[in-house]
Design a protein around this ligand. Sequence first.
Ligand SMILES: *Cc1c(COP(=O)(O)O)cnc(C)c1O
Length: 404
Amino acid sequence: MASPPNLYDAEPIPDSAREEIEALLSSGDLFRYRADADSPAAALERAFAAHMGVPFALAVSSCSSALFLALKALGLEPGDKVAIPAFTFAAVPSAVVHAGCRPLLVEVGANYRIDLADFEACLEEDVKAVLISHMRGHTSDMDAILALCEARGIPVVEDAAHSLGTLWNGRKIGTLGRIGCFSFQSFKMMNAGEGGMLITQDPDIIARAVIMSGAYEHNWLKHAIVHERCRFWQNRLPLYNMRMNNLSAAVARSQIEELARRVRDGRANHDYVARLLNASPWLAVPDPLPQEERAPDSIQFNLEGFDGDAEAVAFQQAANARGVPVQIFGMSEDNARAFWNWQFIGEQRDLPKTRAMLMRACDVRLPARLTQDELDSVATALIEAAAAVKDARRNAAGPYSASA
Ligand SMILES: *Cc1c(COP(=O)(O)O)cnc(C)c1O
């Protein structure tokens, strides 16, 4: 069998981007508002909105910018509490802090999804907005979350950075809440190096976000949407300058037509490796929720029957030695997905469920481009690494436990 491939290699940018990029290199028109209309950034917004089936999209510099603008567009006040899952990337609590708000962490269970009882309890704590981060593309029970928030009039923002292509009851993730935010950073389904998108159906939200993203001095006229609302908000809001440049937009737009294939292959790859891993007594991939059709480009699984942290670390090392980089979220130093490392968010209660999950949850990239042979080599390395750690442990324990 082939040795495992480099799981961090990207796919090439489609050839269809080259002509537009060549034209930009010749003209030097990299700023989205240089031309009167029809910039590559505007073209990306139109294409992305059409793809998602929403009226409004705003291209920005990153998903973090989109999350920040989303909270500002909702009109949150300094100090307002925003509930977020405790399992997410540090950029998410950071966007809340950047917007002047206070993150309130919600417990996440062993299946990487929000603990609904804890979520409901948190909503009673004067929460002004909910930011649902679909971490690693795992969708929490959005039916329950939306119903609980709607009953209380609390707006929901979706961090769909890693969920482009995921469906919930057949509806596109990112279109369920008031605002959806996406990332085009290189490890996401569309790779522009950096970049993000904010989508909504609400004319005032998009107008506010357009202005605050940096559409100064009537540059909002170059967005073919909600001009009356933009005229109203002009000069009433600060300009944070979080625009996307034309080069990133051209790179991103060329990949919209690749999405269907990437989602299909990513899901098939994930489900194939999940079946192999689940046959090991030591590895468990949680099932998706029944409403969910996932679009994964990585796989997460829990170590089962591992007696202590040392065994978990030994597994991580054994997998790395076999050529598959594994991170256990709670085990690697300074991990940006371990909530106890977010010292900038202020005092929080302990979150024992999320903490227990993070200490045994493993993360492996699984890009859509992998071949069957490569998938087999990744799965074999992981299964052998787990067996090696557990067998060594059994042998070390002596003859009495050898038959167990
Ligand atoms: C990547 C990611 C982000 C941050 O996206 P940027 O575009 O890098 O700012 C936020 N949330 C999740 C779940 C992510 O995966």
